[in-house]
Design a protein around this ligand. Structure first.
Ligand code: SF4
Length: 370
């Protein structure tokens, strides 16, 4: 019996060599450039926040996990991460008012058979970060992602196969055709015959927003590349006595009417255009929907993918797929050494180790497509 996770399938489709390193040899970098556990810590914070709506509790739980996971980091790196954690969690909480959402499940690990007719005992498995009802009573699943860039997720929401498979699996699960992991054991899920509206990518930028730069000659910077938000800019204008004749918009709470002759009018308009009900440059929620036919097609295709994975393993065919994604692939040192005839054994022994906790970290290490 095999259990294939969504991220494993995506890795296989992107590069079979990477799949071999990560999912068969089970390798991870000994010293990744960014501690992978940070995504796990942010997941934990959001999980507890969704379960309790208590920021203090959620913050403390994430902080404790960070202390435990980060004990081998040098003090300066740990301090930097701790500050990032504090900033991101405060900003996240300010950004979203989730009081109208009703959380049904968090971190639900499931498995489903891909089709009734598929002859082997392979399962498709994954962990749903969050299942909730929105303010209209619609059922959504949510996937939290700590990302460097949001653009690829906006595109992925339209057609990404991993989302389609994921939605298909949870649809089966909620219709009583799957199992969930309870205290380490698989148990039938009775479901509830609910129709899923879609998936929400809950995106969090890895680098937080900052107040705008203050210029030495006076005033605030209007450099478009600075990482700030409309709200931070408004706060800074107030703080530095530059608010002028801006008025609160009586019809929209938290919005402002900016006179066209205000010296910062154009910049504020530019910032406001980057923001909306689905978020800003730092936090965004992207909705993805799929038709029942798309879900069915994705599961039919999964039969072929599973067959290809079995065959690749049986025949030991793990060819590479070098693309621009190699730049961010953790396996590139080993892959390039093998391809160029360098001492790959040495690279493997000195730079990689066996992944100690694949299942736990997989969900969160997979925060960037590569
Ligand atoms: S470096 Fe590129 S070709 Fe090599 S394993 Fe990674 S993604 Fe594949």
């Amino acid at each position: 019996m095999k259990m294939r996770r969504g991220s494993e399938i995506s890795t296989f489709q992107a590069c079979r060599r990477k799949w071999k390193y990560e999912w068969i040899d089970n390798l991870v970098l000994i010293r990744p450039s960014t501690p992978k556990f940070f995504g796990t810590v942010m997941h934990k914070f959001i999980q507890v926040l969704n379960e309790t709506r208590d920021w203090d509790n959620a913050f403390a739980t994430g902080e404790e996990l960070m202390r435990e996971k980060g004990k081998e980091l040098d003090p300066a790196t740990y301090q930097e991460l701790a500050e990032l954690y504090a900033t991101l969690t405060i900003d996240y909480h300010k950004m979203w008012d989730d009081s109208k959402r009703k959380t049904l499940f968090t971190e639900l690990t499931f498995r489903v058979r891909i089709t009734d007719t598929y002859p082997t005992d392979d399962w498709y498995t994954g962990t749903v970060d969050h299942i909730f009802l929105d303010e209209h009573g619609m059922l959504w699943i949510e996937d939290h992602k700590n990302v460097k860039r949001m653009d690829s997720y906006i595109t992925a929401a339209q057609n990404d196969a991993q989302i389609t498979r994921y939605l298909g699996a949870v649809t089966l699960l909620l219709n009583g055709q799957g199992e969930i992991l309870v205290n380490g054991k698989w148990e039938p899920f009775t479901g509830g015959n609910n129709r899923i509206e879609g998936l929400v990518y809950n995106l969090l930028s890895k680098s937080p927003a900052h107040p705008p730069k203050k210029l030495s000659k006076g005033g605030l910077s209007v450099d478009k590349s600075q990482r700030t938000t409309f709200a931070l800019y408004i706060e800074a204008l107030k703080e530095h006595g530059l608010f002028g004749n801006i008025q609160p918009d009586p019809e929209h709470e938290g919005h402002y009417l900016i006179p066209s002759d205000h010296p910062y009018h154009d910049f504020l308009v530019m910032l406001s255009e980057q923001e909306g009900p689905d978020g800003n440059r730092f936090f965004k929620r992207i909705k993805a929907r799929r038709t029942p036919q798309e879900l069915q097609t994705a599961f039919n295709e999964m039969e072929d993918i599973f067959d290809d994975m079995d065959r690749a393993e049986r025949e030991q065919r793990f060819y590479r797929n070098p693309t621009h994604n190699c730049n961010t692939c953790d396996m590139r040192h080993l892959c390039f050494a093998e391809a160029s005839g360098e001492n790959a054994t040495y690279i493997r022994q000195t730079m990689y180790m066996t992944n100690p906790d694949r299942v736990e970290d997989d969900e969160d290490a997979d925060t960037e497509s590569s």
